[in-house]
Design a protein around this ligand. Structure first.
Ligand SMILES: O=c1nc2n(C[C@H](O)[C@H](O)[C@H](O)CO)c3cc(O)ccc3cc-2c(=O)[nH]1
Ligand SMILES: C[C@H]1O[C@@H](n2cnc3c(N)ncnc32)[C@H](O)[C@@H]1O
Ligand code: SF4
Length: 376
């Protein structure tokens, strides 16, 4: 494992220094995860695009006054889930705005039309519906949640996640990415990760890079994730996500991180985090995503044959066969995985409630029958 001060010293690593950092990370990945990369075949379910936060980088969020502001109806949720299942998807990614009803009357009205007063209650019931009526496993990405909220959602999701984003409090200042975002305080984000650990929830987190943080802030964020994993063991994957500037947002003119920045951040993450944590980077946010492999990733996250990435709608998913080609070219195979990683799945796993253990086991069998698990 790399020391904190050594990690901080790689801020400007480039050329041969970056190459050797990446080599070290790739070797650590090969030793821990072998010559196989993974992805999860999923559909995206944007349950609501309203939110009480106003992150400077986000185009997912819609003002409640916009004609596009909505909650998906129960019928729309099931339609997407059924279509995904027919295309062999195994994950339903519920990704949504945070507590819009706590800030906007129009959100309260829309929720009331569906018979609810709380977005999280509606989320619970829609996950339950997907579990009841389809073969998909819900993964919940609903932002910052309390102990009680996580506890109530655990029986209806095989895994959950929330990007830490970054531990820097400076990002909350006026003019910064997380100004006036009550759900993006490092305290609330870190607390969510901690409570998920206490509850034995298989958890995804990660950092968003290029939003005004320093290199040291990134290293500190990865260390904060590592420390919570060392306490509870529940972090299954850490996403390194590059900010993409969007027209019409406060950060439209912000510089996007370049490929070297992604590579050195992926490599440092691999070396800071314990070997059993998967390192994931999305293939649709960088044209040369194949070079992430040599920086130490072992996973591409969710890829959808049906739905777009609603958070980065202008960035189409590559074909799964293209991702497989990119892996193969560098000597790696590509295999499908479930939203809950293998090591959390066993029969009496504390990470799954009994209703979910069976469901996960039958999907594992199905994946094995269809493809032997491995593509290309
Ligand atoms: O398509 C996306 N999937 C996102 N996912 C889903 C991810 O790609 C995988 O489907 C899941 O992590 C399952 O392993 C997230 C999941 C989280 O728990 C937290 C954040 C994200 C962020 C994204 C995202 O920006 N786009
Ligand atoms: C679900 C996750 O999507 C990420 N996210 C939100 N907006 C953007 C963007 N413009 N570029 C890249 N990632 C983004 C945040 O990290 C959020 O937590
Ligand atoms: S990134 Fe998430 S929390 Fe921030 S405005 Fe968009 S939906 Fe809301």
């Amino acid at each position: 494992m790399i020391s904190d001060s050594e990690a901080i010293s790689y801020e400007f690593a480039t050329g041969p220094d970056l190459y050797s950092l990446c080599q070290e990370a790739a070797t650590a990945r090969d030793n821990a995860w072998g010559k196989q990369l993974t992805y999860s075949k999923k559909v995206f379910i944007p349950l609501t695009n309203m939110c009480r936060d106003t992150c400077g980088y986000c185009t997912f969020v819609q003002s409640p006054d916009s004609p596009h502001a909505n909650y998906m109806t129960p019928e729309q949720v099931l339609k997407t889930a059924h279509e995904g299942a027919a295309l062999d998807c195994k994950e339903a990614l519920f990704s949504l705005g945070e507590r819009p009803e706590e800030r906007h009357q129009k959100a309260r009205d829309k929720l009331a039309n569906l018979g609810y007063v709380s977005t999280l209650d509606y989320l619970h019931d829609q996950c339950e519906s997907v579990l009841t009526h389809t073969s998909l496993l819900p993964h919940i990405n609903a932002g910052a949640l309390s102990f009680d909220e996580l506890k109530r959602l655990k029986p209806v999701a095989a895994s959950m996640g929330m990007m830490l984003e970054n531990v820097s409090n400076d990002l909350l200042k006026k003019g910064q990415a997380h100004h006036a975002c009550p759900d993006k305080t490092p305290k609330r984000r870190l607390d969510t990760i901690e409570q998920a650990g206490r509850l034995d929830i298989a958890f995804t987190t990660g950092i968003l890079i290029g939003i005004g943080e320093s290199w040291t802030d990134r290293v500190k964020s990865l260390i904060a994730i590592r420390d919570r994993h060392l306490a509870y063991g529940h972090i299954q994957e850490v996403i390194i996500q590059n900010f993409r500037a969007k027209a019409g947002t406060a950060m439209a003119d912000y510089q996007e991180p370049n490929l070297d920045d992604m590579k050195r951040t992926i490599a440092i993450a691999r070396l800071i985090l314990p070997d059993d944590i998967s390192i994931q980077a999305p293939p649709n946010l960088e044209v040369e995503y194949g070079s992430y492999i040599n920086a130490g990733i072992n996973d591409w996250g969710g890829i959808s044959p049906l739905t777009k990435d609603f958070i980065n709608p202008e960035r189409a998913w590559p074909q799964i066969s293209s991702v497989a080609q990119a892996c193969k070219g560098l000597g790696y195979s590509l295999a499908e995985r479930l939203t809950i990683y293998d090591r959390f799945q066993h029969q009496d796993s504390k990470y799954l409630t009994p209703n979910l253990t069976q469901r996960v086991a039958s999907l594992v069998n199905r994946a094995a029958q269809v493809s032997g698990g491995v593509i290309a």
